[in-house]
Design a protein around this ligand. Structure first.
Ligand SMILES: Cc1ncc(COP(=O)(O)O)c(C=O)c1O
Length: 367
C-alpha cells in the first residue's frame, strides 16, 4: 500500500535515540533544550517551547490569550478537530469560517463574515504549508493564533509562519515534515505570556523546589509553587532526540517533498478534470506537507485508488458539519471541498516509481 502521509526516519534518528538510551535519560532534559534552541534558531523565532503535541499547543495558545469567558474564537472549518476543541476546553465558543477553495486557507473576507461583538480572537491554519495572507487579518486588530502544524518550513515576507500572530503552534507528529514521533510546540510574541507558557507546561508549576533552593537554602527542595491550574504537556528527550536528527535533515526532507509536489503539479496541470493546489507566491515559501487536488467523482476515484493499493484521504472533514459543535451557518466553499477534495500521497519515503504509479492511476481514473 502506498501511504498518503508519512515521514522518513533512519540511522541518524536511531543514533540520537541510542545516545539518549545510553544516557538513561528519556524524560525532559538536555535534548529537549537543544531541540528548542535548534527550532528557535532555524525559524528565527524569539522563543520556542516544545510540548507533547500540536493539539495541546493549541489549547495552551487559547489559554494564553486570557479571553473573557464565553468569547467567540473564529476557527476555519477546514482544519483538525483540536482547533475547535482547544477553544471549547478553554471555555470559549468556536465560530467556524469558510476557506478559499483554491488555497484551502481562511481569508480576511471569510473571517470578517463571521465576526461579532463577542469575537475575542482569530485562529488561522496555513493549510498544507501554503502561507495564509496574514497582513489584512492582523489588521483586523484581534489576537491571532497561527496554526503552523503543516508549515514548519513556510515563510512569508521572509518571516516564519507562526511568528507573526500572538501565538504560533507547530506539530511534530509521526507524519509531519519534521517528526519527533509525538510532539508539538509554540512560539509566543509577548514575553510575559511566553514565561507563563513555561509554567503552564508542567501542570502550572511555577518554580520547582530545586530552583527555589538556589535562592533560599532553607527551602525544602521537594516543595513547589503552583501558579496556575493546568494540564501536563512536558515533552521527552527521547522524542527530542528524533527531532534533533530530523532538524539536521530538514533541508533534504523538504527537497524531496518539493520534488514530488512539483512532479504532481507538472503532471496534473494539463489534465482538465483536476484542479491543482496553489504554490507559494514570490515572497513566500511553502512546506509541501500534503498535495490536495479537486476532482469530479472523488469518492469513485478514491475507492478505485484504494483497490490499487494507493491510499488517499480527505483532510479535513469540515468541522461545522460535526453535530457535536451545534448549528453553524452554511460554509459553501468548505462544503464543496468536502465533495471534491482529495489528499494524495506525498512524503519523503515515496520512490519515483510510487509517484509515477499515483500519477498514472489518477490520470486514468479522471479521464
Ligand atoms: C492543522 C493542524 N493543527 C493541529 C494539529 C495537531 O497536531 P498534533 O497531531 O501534534 O496534535 C494537526 C495535526 O495533524 C493539524 O493538521
Amino acid at each position: 500500500m502506498i501511504s498518503v502521509f508519512g515521514s522518513h526516519v533512519g540511522p541518524d534518528e536511531l543514533r540520537e535515540v541510542e545516545q539518549c538510551i545510553d544516557a538513561q535519560w528519556l524524560g525532559q532534559g538536555a535534548r529537549c533544550a537543544a531541540f528548542e534552541e535548534g527550532i528557535r534558531a532555524r525559524l528565527g523565532l524569539d522563543n520556542f517551547l516544545f510540548v507533547d503535541s500540536g493539539s495541546n499547543a493549541l489549547f495552551m495558545a487559547v489559554e494564553l490569550l486570557e479571553l473573557p469567558p464565553g468569547s467567540e474564537v473564529i476557527v476555519p472549518t477546514f482544519t483538525w478537530v483540536a482547533c475547535a476543541q482547544a477553544v471549547l476546553l478553554a471555555g470559549h465558543r468556536p465560530v467556524f469560517c469558510d476557506v478559499d477553495p483554491d488555497t484551502q486557507n481562511a481569508t480576511v473576507d471569510t473571517i470578517r463574515d463571521r465576526m461579532t461583538s463577542k469575537t475575542g480572537a482569530i485562529m488561522v491554519v496555513h493549510y498544507a504549508g501554503k502561507p495564509v495572507d496574514l497582513e489584512p487579518i492582523l489588521a483586523l486588530g484581534l489576537p491571532v493564533i497561527e496554526d503552523a502544524a503543516h508549515a514548519i518550513d513556510s515563510r512569508q515576507g521572509g518571516v516564519a509562519c507562526g511568528a507573526r500572530g500572538d501565538v504560533g503552534i507547530y506539530s511534530f507528529d509521526a507524519v509531519k515534515n519534521l517528526t519527533t514521533g509525538l510532539g508539538g510546540g509554540l512560539t509566543v510574541r509577548d514575553a510575559a505570556r511566553a514565561e507563563r507558557a513555561k509554567k503552564l507546561r508542567y501542570c502550572g508549576i511555577g518554580k520547582s523546589g530545586f530552583q527555589a533552593v538556589s535562592t533560599d537554602p532553607n527551602r525544602r527542595w521537594w516543595e513547589y509553587d503552583i501558579s496556575d491550574v493546568f494540564i501536563r504537556m512536558v515533552p521527552a528527550d527521547v522524542n527530542a532526540a528524533i527531532g534533533l536528527a530530523q532538524l539536521k535533515r530538514l533541508d533534504d526532507l523538504q527537497a524531496r517533498r518539493r520534488a514530488i509536489w512539483e512532479r504532481y503539479q507538472a503532471a496534473f496541470s494539463s489534465v482538465d478534470a483536476i484542479r491543482t493546489p496553489v504554490d507559494a507566491a514570490a515572497d513566500e515559501r511553502h512546506s509541501y506537507f500534503t498535495y490536495f487536488i479537486r476532482i469530479p467523482e472523488r469518492d469513485r476515484v478514491a475507492r478505485a485508488l484504494l483497490d490499487q493499493e494507493i491510499y488517499t484521504t480527505l483532510r479535513f472533514h469540515p468541522l461545522h458539519l460535526n453535530a457535536k459543535y451545534g448549528a453553524s451557518a452554511p460554509l459553501p466553499n468548505a462544503e464543496a471541498l468536502n465533495e471534491c477534495g482529495l489528499n494524495i500521497p506525498l512524503h519523503p519515503r515515496l520512490s519515483d516509481d510510487d509517484v509515477e504509479q499515483v500519477i498514472d492511476a489518477i490520470v486514468a481514473l479522471v479521464r
